[in-house]
Design a binder for this molecule. Structure first.
Ligand code: ZN
Length: 336
């Protein structure tokens, strides 16, 4: 076995989590192509390693034009969720947090609750999953209040996430809704400091009381926010390949995940939108390992963070972490 193939085997064997996955950005290409071969002739150009989006709007247009018209029924949301979770299970993912977008739902005219029911029914056995709904910074164009109430009352929606282009300072309705959702027992997270500097993480923590940050990478630009986030016990669900292709970071070799971890922020590694980026979870672990010189012990730490910050029960968390420790020990012993 070459060193590369040993490392890949180690990454594949690690019990892992996926904390940051958008259903709209994960629609499985193989299913779409079989379903509509004329529309989906070849994968998006953004699958190429050297592809960079010009800006976030170009990325959003790809989702809106390519995916939203196809995701036009609760059944297709269910099919997508099932397929992507099955793919993650093959990568030894034991726990997943997936989200769907209220804005996409509004555009395609399907029902929020029916979609939640379909997704929950489609989750395969063997992967513990939490379902989040993503809201953009601007209110929904139709029946905004009605939809918010529906989200609070849904037994199928486990949590809320703040999606879309970042616009800080936060609007008042967001602060109010995140408060209400937490009171209603929903989990709460937010995309922040992906593309608009450190302010997002500061606002998410101070204004929303959210410490489970999606991306958060640009917090590195401001030391006081970085250490505040660490002191508040924040965890960042980072998506390295997405960060490079969307230019949230200048390059993979300059990705701050190691600095964030060193500052005391627990980071996890995730895929974000595999339909758009063409990535597997292995690709993201491997990219971090190759471009940042991350050791297998540190990769194991990222995998452990995923369990530590999950909603799994303590016994399941400890058992996955013990498994990771044993794998690492055996891997290191083989190297010596
Ligand atoms: Zn995301």
């Amino acid at each position: 076995m070459t060193d590369d193939s040993k490392l890949i085997a180690f990454i594949d064997a690690l019990p892992k989590t996926e904390h940051h996955l958008h259903i709209e950005g994960s629609t499985p290409w193989n299913i779409m192509q079989v379903d509509d071969p004329e529309m989906f002739t070849e994968p998006p150009p953004s699958w190429k390693d050297d592809f960079r989006f010009k800006d976030f709007s170009e990325f959003e247009r790809l989702i809106v034009n390519n995916v939203v018209p196809w995701l036009n029924s609760p059944e297709r949301y269910g099919i997508t969720a099932r397929e992507i979770l099955m793919m993650r299970m093959k990568e030894n993912v034991r726990y997943a947090e997936i989200s769907y977008s209220a804005l996409a739902i509004e555009r395609s005219g399907v029902d929020i609750e029916e979609v939640a029911v379909a997704i929950k029914a489609a989750i395969p056995r063997g992967i513990e999953t939490r379902l989040f709904i993503g809201l953009h910074h601007n209110p929904l164009e139709t029946d905004h209040e009605k939809h918010l109430l529906e989200i609070l009352e849904s037994p199928h929606i486990d949590g809320i996430d703040l999606h879309g282009p970042e616009r800080f300072p936060l609007q008042d309705w967001i602060k109010e809704f995140w408060r209400e959702a937490k009171l209603a027992g929903k989990l709460a997270k937010a995309h922040a400091s992906e593309l608009t500097g450190a302010i997002g993480v500061r606002e998410a923590i101070e204004e929303l009381g959210v410490t489970k940050i999606q991306h958060g990478v640009q917090v590195i630009e401001d030391e006081s926010t970085l250490y505040m986030a660490a002191a508040e016990g924040a965890s960042f669900d980072v998506c390295p390949i997405s960060n490079v292709k969307l230019k949230a970071v200048p390059s993979m070799s300059e990705h701050p995940i190691m600095e964030l971890e060193k500052a005391g922020i627990r980071c996890t590694i995730n895929t974000d939108d595999p339909h758009i980026f063409g990535n597997s979870l292995r690709d993201d672990y491997l990219a971090v390992s190759k471009e940042l010189g991350t050791t297998p012990a540190q990769l194991a730490e990222f995998a452990k963070n995923g369990f530590e910050t999950s909603q799994m029960d303590e016994v399941s968390k400890r058992s996955a972490i013990a498994e990771i420790d044993t794998l690492l020990k055996n891997y290191m012993a083989e190297q010596n």
